[in-house]
Ligand binder design. Structure first.
Ligand code: AMP
Length: 444
């Protein structure tokens, strides 16, 4: 299937060619014809599937054809609401790229920065507005944004909005949008509350489910390194010495952990930065663009800071900690292997994380190759394995503001003792073990 067969207008086809897209992705093949017909859409899809283009292209084509017939001031005709600033920026960049030959104006607005530059842009007239809920609602209430001419409305990553407590604002925003419109609703998962919201705002939608979470991982080479908790940083430094790793996104479960890893890597001479909820928006944006421009080789991120971030040609994802929810593993490693490009995902797994690894393998139904031939093999099997959380995928669990709390002095001392033990046993075994298969691990 080609873009031409999807009946796209010439200027959009030309823009897609400039982007280097040779053919549509499965979600684009399914969604574009339906959206061009004016149908509402319920998309169960995550980033990495090409869903942004799947909704942006028909919107651009629709606005372009209406623009030919109606002259006058620019009014906001399409509204895209996304949960994070990073995601909103990416979406706006996609609209600008695919619409580069159409002369339409796209604006992105988000909180955490001054509103004046945004209101100035709004006054000049906008065709497509991409926004995060809080700032959008602020600007509506102050009279800077009018949604009365909206014809196309997209709600992206709705489940993440639920996790981030944004649904109240979203409902208020929806109340400002005309009822006669085309609505596109995307969510990676469909918890009850999201299903109900979708039902209340969609009109006889086409439902499209793309790539069940497990199959997106097929093109990504995956490895797991059994390692003691206290040796994860040493192992990371060892792995990153490989020059073939051009850029790596390292996931830490907590913001404190992310800072610690970044500090250790800097000390070891690597260019690195950390992004998480405690960093200002400007700092996060700068860190991200340094990483994208290859000024920084290693970006350490918590799940919430990294979700939805699209980094072209990311060669490696490293899970310093395994996520508590297996679906998060798939979201994490999906940052690499974008749009058919290969990529490699390396996961560290200490003894306590073994049940998490089992759950991940069950979900992806793919064995993950075990690498035991490294200088810091797992030796400490005295840590009681943790029970896997039975909660549904939730960013709240991995939220930077939700770090596991230290359970008092006893737990702290126990942790210190365990780490000390792990380090001591490592010292005596690491060299000898470099080439040895870790029988303890494999036989369990
Ligand atoms: P998304 O799921 O919208 O975050 O898109 C994931 C990545 O796929 C982005 O880097 C897009 O630029 C890229 N992409 C989207 N559609 C195509 C396509 N038809 N061919 C190649 N790359 C694409």
């Amino acid at each position: 299937m080609s873009f031409k067969e999807l009946n796209l207008i010439e200027p959009i086809q030309k823009a897609l060619k400039t982007e280097g897209y040779s053919e549509p992705t499965p979600i684009q093949v399914k969604a574009i014809p339906q959206l061009l017909k004016g149908k509402d859409l319920l998309g169960c899809a995550q980033t990495g599937t090409g869903k942004t283009a799947a909704f942006a292209i028909p919107i651009l084509q629709g606005i372009h054809s209406e623009k030919q017939s109606t002259k006058g001031n620019r009014q906001i005709k399409a509204l895209v609401v996304a949960p994070t600033r990073e995601l909103a920026i990416q979406i706006s960049e996609s609209f600008r790229s695919y619409g580069r030959n159409l002369g339409l104006r796209t604006l992105v607005i988000y909180g955490g920065v001054g509103q004046n530059p945004q209101t100035k842009e709004l006054r000049q007239g906008v065709d497509i507005l991409v926004a995060t809920p809080g700032r959008l609602l602020d600007l509506i209430n102050q009279g800077f944004v009018s949604l009365k001419n909206i014809k196309y409305f997209v709600l992206d990553e709705a489940d993440m909005m639920l996790d981030m407590g944004m649904l109240k604002d979203v409902r208020k925003i929806i109340a400002f949008i005309p009822k006669v419109r085309q609505t596109m609703f995307f969510s990676a998962t469909m918890p009850t509350e999201i299903g109900e919201l979708a039902k209340s705002i969609l009109n006889d939608p086409v439902r499209i489910d793309v790539t069940p979470v497990s199959s997106t991982v097929d093109i990504i080479e995956q490895e797991v390194y059994p390692v003691d908790k206290g040796n994860k940083t040493n192992l990371l430094i060892h792995i990153l010495k490989d020059k073939k790793i051009e850029s790596a996104l390292v996931f830490s479960r907590t913001k404190h952990g992310a800072n610690k890893i970044a500090a250790s890597l800097s000390k070891a001479g690597f260019t690195t930065e950390a992004i998480h909820g405690n960093k200002s928006q400007t700092a996060r944006q700068l860190a991200l663009s340094n990483f994208k421009n290859r000024k920084t080789r290693i970006l350490i991120a918590t799940d919430i800071a990294a979700r939805g971030i699209d980094i072209d040609e990311l060669s490696h994802v490293i899970n310093f900690d395994l996520p508590e929810v297996p679906e998060t593993y798939v979201h994490r490693i999906g940052r690499t292997g974008r749009a058919g490009l290969g990529g490699k995902a390396i996961s560290f797994c200490d003894y306590g994380e073994k049940p998490l690894l089992r759950s991940i393998q069950k979900l992806t139904s793919k064995p993950i190759e075990e690498v035991t031939d490294h200088p810091y093999p797992l030796v400490d099997t005295t840590i009681k394995p943790k029970e896997r959380s039975s909660r549904r995928p939730s960013t709240a669990k991995s939220s930077p503001s939700n770090e596991p709390k230290q359970k008092g002095k006893e737990a702290k001392n126990g942790k210190v003792r365990r780490e000390k033990r792990a380090n001591e046993s490592k010292k005596t075994t690491s060299k000898k073990n470099e080439k040895r298969k870790n029988v303890h691990w494999s036989s369990r």
